[in-house]
Design a binder for this molecule. Structure first.
Ligand code: PLP
Length: 410
């Protein structure tokens, strides 16, 4: 008899985006005259930069010629891209990363999800709460979380670290010993960041407890303030305890192109049950070579193109467009009397819902009164209750109109 991985049965159905879609569709049918503005999803809307389009066309022409055609590439990514990453994403921060510590992939979602495969199933995981759901769900699938408790909305073996207005969105170190720590800064969904000192505390904790930090820096390109780390490796000693995930999705509008990378430093070690040290770089390399055949050559050329002077200029124009939207949302909401967080170093604005509302009730209220769609905070974890996420990825016109509508609520 064929059996299943029963851990999958422990997953809670993700009602979040399907429920939103259903509610919005119903409202649209009942009010066909209303223009609904969607500021809910975390997908980009501007086209990719011209340099990327040109690189794609050039690489396509190469693929059409016998002399320049490419078949399977290196599983870890082409040197031309890994060298640029090391030089432009890290050297400029004063961080030395070797090219064979960089693994190019088709997404940070896959990487943050797949990385768990190289770790033992007895490890205790810690997630900040609210959180990007992939970290939790992939650990449920792997069997690390135990069962779901309906009452608390939590999995029994997971250490949840609340990041809310109460602690200024600065997660506190766990009191219980943990092994795998997921940190995402700039954060999705709260849009908040950590300073170097705050991040350094986690690096120290990981060293002292022989733990690993899985640092998701998918939104680093949105950082505007000085002193906010773009990479965890800006913290002394982090190469011994952290894996970093980066993505071109939001940096270069590649949500549909698909390219990302993961840095696994050679200093990074984990242990067998007997306490023998093992290199995580070799394990991840082995995993990727076995299960992954590399990102398309054409895509990697597109990613490479953003590192030219012109490429940087073009992607920064797109990021600046979203940053301006974020500012408009932040300021618009503040003018309307809301308490808002994030939006300065991230494309997400996290607002406190008014007294007396749950996150979902506020969702309904905004949809019905001003026809604006956002995302209820409770969909990102128990500590997201009472909050609401808006994204800066809409068009400028819609962003301005949305804020006008909210300001004019009587
Ligand atoms: N990490 C975070 C925190 C995200 O919010 C997202 C996308 O929304 C991803 C990773 C996924 O990135 P990618 O498109 O590279 O898979």
């Amino acid at each position: 008899m064929i059996t299943i991985n029963e851990n999958y049965l422990k997953l809670q159905d993700s009602y979040l985006f399907s429920t939103i879609a259903k509610k919005v569709a119903k409202f649209g049918e009942e009010h066909p005259d209303k223009k609904i503005i969607k500021l809910g999803i975390g997908d980009v809307t501007l086209p990719i930069a011209k340099v990327c389009g040109d690189a794609i066309k050039k690489a396509t022409d190469e693929m059409l010629q016998k002399e320049t055609f490419r078949g399977y590439g290196p599983e870890q990514g082409y040197d031309f891209l890994r060298e640029k990453i090391a030089k432009y994403d890290y050297e400029k921060l004063g961080v030395h990363i070797e090219k064979d510590e960089i693994f190019v992939s088709d997404g940070a979602k896959c990487d943050t999800g797949n990385i768990g495969e190289i770790f033992g199933n007895d490890n205790v995981i810690a997630i900040t709460d609210p959180v990007y759901p992939v970290y939790l769900d992939t650990n449920i699938m792997a069997g690390r979380t135990g069962n779901y408790d309906e009452e608390t909305g939590k999995y029994e073996k997971v250490v949840y670290i609340p990041t809310t207005a109460k602690n200024n969105f600065i997660p506190e170190l766990p009191t219980k010993k943990v092994d795998m720590i997921y940190l995402c800064f700039p954060n999705n969904p709260t849009g908040t960041v950590l300073t170097k000192q705050e991040l350094a505390k986690w690096v120290t904790y990981a060293k002292e407890n022989k733990a690993i930090i899985l640092f998701d820096a998918a939104y680093e390109a949105f950082i505007t303030e000085e002193g906010i780390p773009h990479s965890i490796y800006e913290i002394e000693g982090a190469k011994e305890v952290a894996i970093e995930f980066r993505s071109y999705s939001k940096t270069a509008g590649f949500t549909g192109v698909r390219c990302a990378y993961t840095v696994v430093p050679k200093e990074l070690k984990a242990y067998t049950k007997e306490g023998k040290e093992v290199s995580l770089n070799s394990l991840w390399n082995r995993r990727q070579c076995t299960k992954f055949n590399g990102v398309p050559y054409i895509t990697q050329r597109a990613a490479e193109s953003i590192y030219s002077e012109e490429g940087q200029k073009q992607i920064k124009e797109n990021i600046a467009y979203y940053q301006e939207n974020a500012k408009l949302i932040r300021e618009g909401l503040q003018e309307a009397g809301y308490t808002v967080f994030g939006g300065k170093n991230a494309p997400y604005i996290w607002l406190k819902v008014p007294e007396g509302y749950t996150s979902w009730e506020f969702f309904d209220y905004l949809l019905e009164t001003v026809n604006i769609v956002g995302t209820p905070g409770s969909g990102f974890g128990p500590s997201g209750e009472g909050y609401f996420r808006l994204t800066a990825f809409g068009s400028r016109e819609n962003t301005i109109e949305a804020m006008e509508r909210i300001k004019n609520i009587k």
